[in-house]
Design a protein around this ligand. Structure first.
Ligand code: SAH
Length: 545
């Protein structure tokens, strides 16, 4: 979940961007009516509650009181408690509020460092020991939070402690250590329940799932295997399975249920002996999961919308935040940025769609999380069709491509964005045509124009004109004029949702090729399309003949 930096007005934007610079996959959320940020919201309280319930770390640039009141109804449920911080809008104070065991104080220190101030840490354990004992680093999991809290309060009350097992992150902590202490921090993969211990499980167990049947409850089989050896479920680091089972949904369900990553290997990564189904391997330190086989790759084709971030869907944002590789036409890839240092960017020329689609499949079938970007909607004259075309042509020769998890995320298409700016010209039946004859014969376009004209459909034209296609637009308009009155309203939108956006309304009689280019969307009204003040709309009803 990317961090949400929430602002109420433009006055806090400066501080928000300074924090964002430290957390590149975070997004700035702004109140729609007051500020233009990465993501717009309408109602502060409702938005904060949504973020919190979804488990997103929240940095709210407003008073602590506002945040507390907004989240109060949700605080009884302790199972989700993402880090929540209040930051003064001018960057002069950082107050960690919730999410102590999810690292809120670590975040507070980092934000404090970004703003050049000391955070207001109020957690006693953190202040005494310099770290939170209940928030072990990645690769380790706390066995029992409630018992842990008692352990920390015992230490604060003056008890001493010892460490059993390897806990390298505690080496330099200011803990009250004593070899003969009653209390112990125990680092062990085995389930342990003695009351005097703070038990932390290293994620050091690897489970190999050799055989799977769709009706199997794999998660239950893994839990059973762990229990038989006395191992704690939280010590499980990952599931590994043969590459041929990559598309298995029951494996994906099991990994989700056990909350561990799923990796695929050509052969078992350890000696599984005679075990047919589940075999376990216990390492003496947390397992480096990335080093085991590979993940099932994903290929997500997203639409960025027409240009401005506020017209990009949260689903597209999330796909970008999760991406390891981003492919697309240079202009669109730039629109989708900024990117983190660990993300690989592959920019190509606009005409290389099939090649780009194949490259995306190659990357995804090697286990990477790949995103292909289109402007507008990816299914409208864009990359989604190219990606499916590549799969269609190569699936027989490239079986690994079929195992890639493919998803298409819709976006706001240029015709819809332009229509909204103008009013509601698509309020009744309409059609969408690309006027480019690069990929289809011009005669097909002429026939379709004539039929659309005859059917009295509103027409939305993509790709109206380019230098390589100088005469086609005028020819298209000539055909439309045979069926439509010269007074028919025409909407011309250029760079909608981008800097320099320009919207014009002319009549069909005035329409000519000088008014359009490749960055323009043209919407020609039907016989019922009307102009009211600055607005254009097509009524929902139709007069019977
Ligand atoms: N997938 C895109 C369309 C790609 S075809 C979508 O759904 O919007 C490219 C054409 O879309 C351009 O020639 C132009 O006609 C139109 N277009 C794309 N973005 C636009 C914008 N921001 N403003 C106006 N027209 C746009």
């Amino acid at each position: 979940m990317p961090m949400a930096i929430v602002v109420l007005g433009a006055g806090a934007l400066d501080t928000a961007r300074r924090i964002q610079a430290r957390f590149p996959d975070s997004r700035v959320h702004g109140l729609a009516s007051r500020v233009n940020a990465d993501i717009a919201y309408e109602d502060f309280g409702a938005h904060l509650r949504d973020l919190y319930a979804a488990g997103a770390p929240v940095v709210a640039l407003c008073s602590a009181g506002i945040v507390i009141r907004a989240l109060a109804p949700l605080l009884a449920d302790k199972s989700v408690e993402p880090p929540v911080l209040a930051v003064a809008h001018d960057g002069s104070a950082v107050v960690p509020l919730l999410g102590g065991v999810r690292g809120v104080n670590v975040l507070a220190r980092e934000i404090g460092a970004a703003l050049g101030i000391a955070p207001a840490i109020t957690t006693s354990g953190e202040l005494s020991f310099g770290l939170c004992l209940l928030a072990p680093p990645e690769g380790y999991a706390l066995a029992n939070l409630e018992r842990g809290k008692r352990f920390v309060s015992d230490l604060l009350a003056g008890e001493t402690m010892r460490i059993e097992g390897r806990a390298p992150w505690l080496d330099n902590a200011a803990l009250p250590r004593a070899d003969d202490a009653r209390l112990a921090v125990r680092i062990t993969p085995f389930a342990a329940s003695d009351a005097d211990s703070l038990v932390i499980h290293p994620r050091c167990v690897l489970a190999w799932i050799g055989e799977t049947a769709p009706e199997d409850d794999i998660a239950e089989r893994v839990r059973l295997a762990l229990r038989e050896q006395g191992l704690a479920p939280l010590a499980l680091a990952a599931l590994a399975a043969p590459v041929r089972h990559m598309s298995s949904e029951s494996l994906a369900d099991a990994a989700r249920a056990l909350d561990v990553p799923l990796r695929f290997c050509d052969a078992a990564p350890f000696d599984v002996g005679h075990a047919r189904d589940v075999a376990l391997q216990v390492h003496d330190a947390p397992v480096d999961v990335e080093a085991i086989g590979r993940a099932r790759g994903t290929l997500t084709v997203i639409g960025l919308g027409p240009g401005s971030v506020e017209l990009m869907t949260p689903a597209a944002h999330n796909a970008l935040a999760a991406a390891q590789d981003v492919l697309g036409y240079e202009t669109y890839v730039r629109m989708a940025g900024p990117f983190r240092g660990d993300q690989r960017i592959h920019m190509t020329d606009n005409r290389e769609e099939l090649q780009r689609a194949r490259h995306a499949f190659e990357l995804a079938s090697s286990g990477r999380r790949v995103v292909v970007v289109s402007s507008g909607d990816p299914g409208v004259f864009a990359m989604a069709a190219a990606v499916l075309e590549a799969l269609d042509k190569r699936r027989a020769s490239h079986p690994a491509w079929s195992a890639v998890r493919l998803a298409i995320v819709p976006g706001v298409s240029a015709s819809l964005a332009t229509a909204a700016r103008a009013g509601a010209p698509l309020g009744h039946d309409f059609c969408v045509l690309s006027l480019s004859d690069n990929l289809k014969p011009w005669s097909v376009i002429e026939t379709r124009l004539a039929h659309a004209g005859e059917a009295d459909l509103v027409m939305a034209f993509y790709n109206p004109l380019s230098k390589a296609r100088p005469w086609q637009f005028d020819r298209a308009i000539e055909i439309v004029r045979r069926y439509r009155d010269a007074a028919t309203p025409v909407v011309i939108g250029r760079d909608i949702g981008r800097p320099g956006e320009c919207l014009r309304v002319v009549t069909l009689g005035e329409l000519k090729s000088d008014l359009v280019d490749m960055r323009t969307m043209v919407i020609v009204g039907s016989s019922t399309t009307r102009v009211v003040g600055d607005w254009v709309y097509t009524p929902r009803w139709y007069e019977a003949d």
